[in-house]
Design a protein around this ligand. Structure first.
Ligand code: KIV
Ligand code: ZN
Length: 389
């Protein structure tokens, strides 16, 4: 259900393009199709399915993802040349809703690579965006390394791309260089100063080299961006991209200060996170926000006791909201008597106080030797105690 009081933020997932560009994260054709259909089902608005000119395999994957797509817009990436753009269009055109995403590096370092001066690059942008727009009415343009591009030049090329027909302007922080205050300010200034900016959508695309990708993306939204580019588990080049699960849950949990909604069914987050970890071979770190093994786990006695009384004491979101069955009360050396009693109750043992006291002593001895005490260990401790009686 849409909340009329909230602005909608479009979620653009690039797990299959920027995510797959992480060294070693290559997925098979069948895996890409599977992940694309999971993304579509969870309510991702735009799926960047690949880079069609990169290889025959990428072209085939993007074409088939386009053919199988239901609600999501399917986007392909193309460099700033006519051949790339034609190839991209040939792949995405099968979608109910196709998008061409074309880009060129606009910062001084990136301009040096094709050896174009500012005017030549401006001309190339005009020509390629116009060409893309003649093929498709949904065109995204990105000035790669925007956050290290001279302000006057950035303004100039964004205006050219808008005039040539781009419907979304993405502002990439390609090397994870920006910071939240600057990220918000950059989008705000572009919206205020570039003619035609109010006619199009601004997107934010952040990398995580300084660990600020999520903060920078949310700051860009505060500055006026209405599309966030992100990946499942934050997969992506080097330190990765903004993590989809983080921005979506941040907007959900802190709607009081960030009144924006997404179309994501958050209960599907855990499932797709596990699947992306499995197919990419990139395990999720234990303490990763939202989807890490420990994100909803508690071991210390004080925390477990608080959790048993009121889950909100130490959890700001419900595990069910991200697709987890329940909070994980981990039994270890920091656990207290209340947690042990509750755990044993769940396992079918309601012990008298003196029995519990006895099991608790032996549990602590075991927990000092073992990192985690499993349900089977507890059952063995209880049974050994009962046998002794
Ligand atoms: O990080 C980046 O600049 C990119 C562009 C291709 C949008 O991924
Ligand atoms: Zn990127």
């Amino acid at each position: 259900m849409t909340d009329q009081t909230k602005d909608r933020v479009v979620i653009f997932d690039t797990t299959l393009r920027d995510g797959e560009q992480s060294p070693g994260a290559t997925m098979t054709h069948a895996e890409k199709l599977e992940i694309a259909s999971m993304l579509d089902e969870m309510g991702v608005d735009i799926i960047e399915a690949g880079f069609p000119i990169a290889s025959e395999g990428d072209f085939r994957a993007v074409s088939e993802i386009a053919k199988q797509s239901k609600d999501a817009t399917i986007c392909g990436l193309a460099r700033a040349n006519l051949k790339d753009i034609d190839r991209c269009w040939d792949a995405v055109k099968h979608a109910n809703s196709p998008r061409i995403h074309t880009f060129i590096g606009t910062s001084p370092l990136h301009r040096a690579i094709p050896n174009l001066d500012m005017d030549q690059m401006a001309e190339r942008i005009h020509e390629t965006v116009t060409h893309a727009r003649n093929l498709c009415d949904n065109v995204q343009w990105s000035p790669m390394d925007a956050t290290r591009t001279e302000w006057d030049y950035l303004k100039r090329v964004v205006e050219i791309a808008i005039k040539a027909g781009a419907t979304t302007i993405n502002i990439p922080d390609t090397v994870g260089y920006t910071a939240p205050v600057e990220s918000a300010d950059l989008i705000r200034r572009l919206i205020n100063e570039v003619p035609g900016a109010d006619e199009i959508v601004f997107a934010t695309h952040c990398h995580n080299d300084l660990g600020m990708a999520t903060a920078n993306a949310l700051a860009a939204v505060a500055g006026g961006a209405r599309q966030i580019e992100c990946t499942i588990n934050g997969l992506g080049e080097r330190a990765g991209n903004t993590a989809l699960e983080e921005v979506v849950m941040a907007l959900k949990v802190r709607g009081d200060i960030m009144p924006y909604e997404t179309g994501i069914d958050t209960r599907k987050i855990m499932n797709i996170s596990r699947r992306v970890a499995a197919v990419s071979g990139f395990a999720v770190q234990y303490n990763k926000a939202i989807v890490g093994k420990n994100a909803f786990a508690h071991e210390s006695g004080i925390h477990q006791d608080g959790m048993l009384k009121n889950a909100e004491t130490f959890e700001i979101m419900r595990p069910e909201d991200v697709g987890l069955a329940a909070t994980n009360i981990v039994m270890g050396k920091h656990s207290g008597r209340a947690a042990l009693r509750a755990k044993l109750h769940d396992l079918g043992y309601d012990l008298a106080d003196n029995q519990l006291g006895d099991v608790f002593v032996r549990f602590k001895e075991l927990a000092d030797r073992k990192k985690e005490v499993y349900d089977e260990d507890l059952i063995a401790l209880v049974n050994a105690g009962l046998d002794d009686e």
